[in-house]
Design a protein around this ligand. Structure first.
Ligand code: PEP
Length: 227
């Protein structure tokens, strides 16, 4: 069971540290995808693994405003998010760059949390359309990579308060699991009230959580419901 928190553009260096200290020693595997500005805050052997929400697929170079591998490696970061819907849709990250990032992270042997998920209009077309859409996001991705974790995050469920139903998650995860053997997380408006029924599905290996995970008390409550 893996429970991951995505801080997005929230938390300062100080509040991120207080958050992690409050978690103590969780009973399941925890990842926290920190803002870059907080990543230097932690020991690499910390029981809770810190990850980067983004990176540019170079060791170092001339890419103004970007963070390369050299800078993450200095802090011992070995876990990265790739393909998050906010980067795909709000920041217009192209598929070519997503695939480059994936290939780069594989060479680095980093753990990759690869996010996939369909927009609302595709879900409304029906499940065949959802499957076809997810296939396009899996194309060019090494699904046999041994440090891969996939997160199914329907775009319409992220940050909306409207989680996919347990039936929708089950059906979609069943399909994705025919395509890969990596752990499969669900993300999209997970909170303390729905987490147990979602991660209780045998097709679900954990959750990737945004807004409901930013307050330490709320995240602790989520963790309590999963163990
Ligand atoms: C996310 O950002 O990956 C996410 C799932 O956000 P939220 O939990 O707020 O929907």
């Amino acid at each position: 069971m893996i429970i991951a928190s995505n801080f997005k553009t929230n938390h300062t260096r100080a509040s991120a540290r207080a958050f992690v200290e409050a978690l103590g020693a969780p009973k399941c595997e925890v990842r926290v995808f920190m803002p870059f500005t907080a990543l230097d805050n932690f020991e690499t052997n910390c029981q809770i693994k810190m990850g980067a929400q983004n990176f540019y697929p170079v060791q170092s170079g001339s890419f103004t405003g970007e963070i390369g591998a050299e800078q993450l490696e200095e802090f011992g970061i070995q876990s990265v998010l790739i393909g998050h819907s906010e980067r795909r849709h709000i920041l217009q990250e192209p598929t070519t760059l997503i695939r480059q990032k994936f290939a780069f992270a594989v060479v680095k042997n980093w753990e990759i949390v690869y996010c996939i998920g369909e927009p609302k209009e595709v879900r409304e077309e029906g499940f065949e359309a959802v499957k076809a859409y997810l296939e396009t996001q899996l194309e060019g991705i090494d699904m046999a990579y041994e440090r891969l974790i996939v997160a199914y995050e329907p775009v319409w469920a992220i940050g909306t308060g409207l989680s996919a139903s347990v039936e929708q998650i089950q059906e979609t995860h069943q399909y994705i699991k025919t395509r890969l053997s990596a752990p499969l997380l669900y993300g999209g408006s997970v909170n303390a009230n729905n987490v147990a029924s979602i991660v209780g599905l045998k097709e679900c290996d954990g959750a990737l959580i945004g807004s409901a995970s930013w307050k330490k008390e709320a995240f602790l409550e989520i963790l309590n419901h999963t163990t």
